[in-house]
Ligand binder design. Structure first.
Ligand code: DC
Length: 224
């Protein structure tokens, strides 16, 4: 049986994971957070004092890394060499390292197979940077989700503030710009809108409005 896949790509802080999680829950699909997989690899590099520019060491390390996922109460857990690292990967340091190390084709190819297998086995909502363009070029629905950089920085800032984490909105904005620049300009599978993706700017939309729009797209697709 062919499974349905919804691909959501876009830059950091556009709201992809919040939206993808809700759409997946409402439709009874599996949510696949591919950024978490790149973050798990980045964590390995950090823990082993490997710098992003040391491409030989990164490539050699790939042979010692196994990333897998499992679900607990429908929440994706990422395992790095068998250890659940979900609680260690949500820092800015890991995010920046994930962006910097994921320019490496060997890092990417290691994860693409896992991502494709997940989509072959289940109905998925998968978010990332290259899902509609490279990982699942035949995805049933493709969304390119974005928002203005100031809006994205403000959202990140309030997420941190809610968690009581001290931060500076201008610093967050600077890091988001750096990450966008790198993710959009790498040679292998860069972040860009797939030709058949629907462009969705979430700057002026509520979470529920974005979720409803994607579910409508899905309904129209399956009812055709
Ligand atoms: O979505 P995120 O912030 O968790 O992703 C962290 C980094 O991982 C992102 O800046 C670039 C990389 N990434 C990628 O290159 N391709 C993906 N499909 C997902 C993430």
């Amino acid at each position: 049986m062919k499974h349905i896949s919804i691909a959501i790509d876009g830059p950091a802080g556009a709201g992809k994971s919040t939206i993808a999680k809700k759409v997946a829950k409402d439709l009874g699909f599996i949510y696949v957070d591919t950024g978490a997989m790149y973050r798990a690899m980045a964590l390995y590099f950090i823990q082993n004092s490997i710098k992003a520019e040391e491409s030989d060491r990164i490539e050699a390390a790939c042979d010692h890394i196994n990333v897998s996922i499992q679900y607990e109460n429908q929440v994706q857990q990422v395992l790095l060499n068998g250890e659940n690292v979900n609680h260690l990967i949500r820092t800015d340091e890991v995010g920046q390292m994930a962006s910097a190390s994921s320019v490496n084709a060997k890092v990417r190819l290691k994860l693409v197979e896992l991502q494709r297998c997940l989509a072959a086995d289940s109905n998925v909502v998968m978010d990332g940077r290259d899902i509609g363009t490279y990982v699942l070029p035949d995805a049933d629905i493709k969304i390119y989700m974005t928002a203005g950089v100031k809006e994205r920085a403000a959202r990140r800032y309030s997420e941190y503030a809610d968690k009581g984490i001290a931060c500076d909105v201008l610093q967050i904005e600077k890091e988001i710009r750096e990450r966008d620049e790198r993710d959009m300009n790498r040679d292998f599978a860069p972040l860009k809108q797939a030709e058949d993706a629907i462009y969705l700017d979430t700057s002026e939309l509520t979470i529920d409005e974005v979720v409803a729009r994607i579910k409508d797209l899905y309904k129209n697709k399956v009812e055709v």
